[in-house]
Design a protein around this ligand. Structure first.
Ligand code: GAR
Length: 205
């Protein structure tokens, strides 16, 4: 399965996807970023993956360009891995491939930004990350899989985010692998596991 990964920053999830692609039946054929200096673009270049920086100051024009690139590259799945722009409903409708996103919280808890700080402020004892289908609501599409970490009493944002990030790397590659082999299939409104509706997110340890 040919996938495109959209990134805005460091790109550690992209790196994990690259490292796990051969044993997982997917090929990262395109990496797009809205930031010219994104670490993720450099990582992709080092691995000789086609990269494109798109200036996102005009969201409409940017999405048109992204849609063209996705079609030209025969992309079958779009993965948002630390992509910090909100995609418009019309883009999501028109591109004709599923889009999934990794988010650093146990959705539906803590959509949006600063999830680690919000978890610490709330005194939660559990935190984690989720992979979900992207729809026209922020971080609210069908959940596919989650991973859970314990929150320690001496955690700060750095320690907690690092622990979650390590788990994200395995979570995302695992989900993309299941989609690539057809064990999981998804549309904008539902996720199927072995052709049956997924009733709760998979738990990846
Ligand atoms: C990851 O923690 C990802 O879950 C988060 O950005 C980070 C990207 O790290 N995504 C979001 O917050 C999306 N709302 P990376 O660039 O090292 O993969």
């Amino acid at each position: 399965m040919k996938i495109a990964v959209l990134v805005s920053g460091r790109g550690s999830n992209l790196k994990a996807l690259i490292e796990q692609q051969t044993q997982n039946d997917y090929e990262i054929a395109l990496v797009i970023s809205n930031k010219a200096n994104a670490g993720g673009l450099r990582i992709a270049e080092q691995h000789k993956i086609l990269t494109h920086y798109i200036d996102w100051s005009d969201g409409n024009a940017a999405e048109k360009k992204a849609a063209c690139l996705l079609a030209q590259t025969d992309i079958e799945l779009v993965v948002l891995a630390g992509f910090m722009k909100i995609l418009s409903p019309s883009f999501i409708e028109t591109i004709n491939t599923p889009i999934i996103n990794i988010h650093p919280s146990l959705l539906p808890a803590y959509p949006g930004l600063n999830t680690h700080q919000r978890v610490l402020n709330a005194g939660d004892t559990r935190h984690g990350a989720s992979v979900h289908v992207v729809n026209d609501q922020l971080d609210a599409g069908c959940l596919i899989a989650q991973t859970i970490v314990e929150v320690y009493s001496d955690d700060n944002v750095d320690t907690l985010s690092q622990r979650v990030l390590q788990k994200e790397h395995k979570l995302l590659a695992h989900v993309v692998g299941l989609l690539a082999t057809g064990v999981l299939t998804c549309t904008q409104s539902q996720v199927l596991l072995n052709q049956q509706p997924l009733t709760q997110p998979l738990l990846i340890t």
